[in-house]
Design a protein around this ligand. Structure first.
Ligand code: SAH
Length: 210
């Protein structure tokens, strides 16, 4: 029997997100709406709404739904933002962001993943998403500064270029660390960057090419 993905998605939001304390209405609405299974290779789709990360090819993964929701909520978005995302991957997190904000600029190092994500997001009629294939540790200077930055692969420390491309009082959510990682919220203040440690996590490494 064919799976009822809509029902599964609703259950995912209720048990994995609301049940664990995700409260932001915009985030919950976006997670309810975006068909996560369409971002996952066909042979894995029946697992799309499970409480776990899944492989998307090229040794990369789509994050667990809770982590996607948690990271999005941490940015406290109100809808007017221009957001930089590092690590397009499947494009799922890109879609969630685009449901909420005005524009998303998304960078991916692996060309084939970016191309696939672009196809899926185009098919779903998303506009105001701008793609680039390249090294996200350098950010995307032409469109800076950004109201918010989301990094979905882990570097050893916060890349300098990303700090520079963050607006005053802007927020960046980023996993930091090699073997053990911590999700960190970076807030740009007048004279310094405030760092808040949030949650232990596991991400694929942010590969630096320079
Ligand atoms: N947000 C994605 C998850 C992607 S996993 C999703 O929802 O599916 C992390 C991604 O970061 C991988 O696709 C990996 O190729 C990419 N990546 C790793 N290092 C990078 C870099 N320096 N610049 C841009 N992307 C990078």
């Amino acid at each position: 029997m064919a799976k009822d993905f809509d029902k599964e998605r609703e259950r995912m939001v209720k048990t994995q997100l609301v049940g664990r304390g995700i409260k932001d209405k915009r985030v919950l609405e976006a997670m309810k709406k975006v068909a996560r299974h369409l971002f996952i290779p066909e042979n894995m789709r029946s697992y799309a709404y499970n409480d776990e990360p899944l492989p998307i090819g090229e040794g990369q993964t789509i994050s667990q739904p809770y982590i996607v929701a948690y990271m999005t909520e941490a940015l406290q978005l109100n809808g007017s933002e221009r957001v930089l995302e590092i690590g397009t991957g499947s494009g799922y997190q890109t879609a969630i962001l685009n449901e909420i904000v005005k524009e998303v600029f998304t960078l991916e190092l692996i060309g084939s993943l970016s191309v696939k994500a672009q196809e899926v997001l185009k098919e779903l009629k998303y506009v105001n998403i701008f793609f680039k294939i390249g090294d996200g540790t350098l950010g995307w200077k032409e469109h800076a500064p950004y109201d918010a930055i989301m990094v979905t692969a882990a570097p050893a420390g916060v890349p300098k270029a990303l700090k520079e491309q963050l607006k005053m009082y802007g927020k960046m959510i980023i996993p930091i660390g090699a073997t053990f990682q911590e999700l960190v919220l970076v807030i740009r203040e007048k004279k310094k960057f405030k760092i808040k440690k949030l949650l232990p996590v596991r991400f694929v490494p942010l590969v630096s090419t320079h």
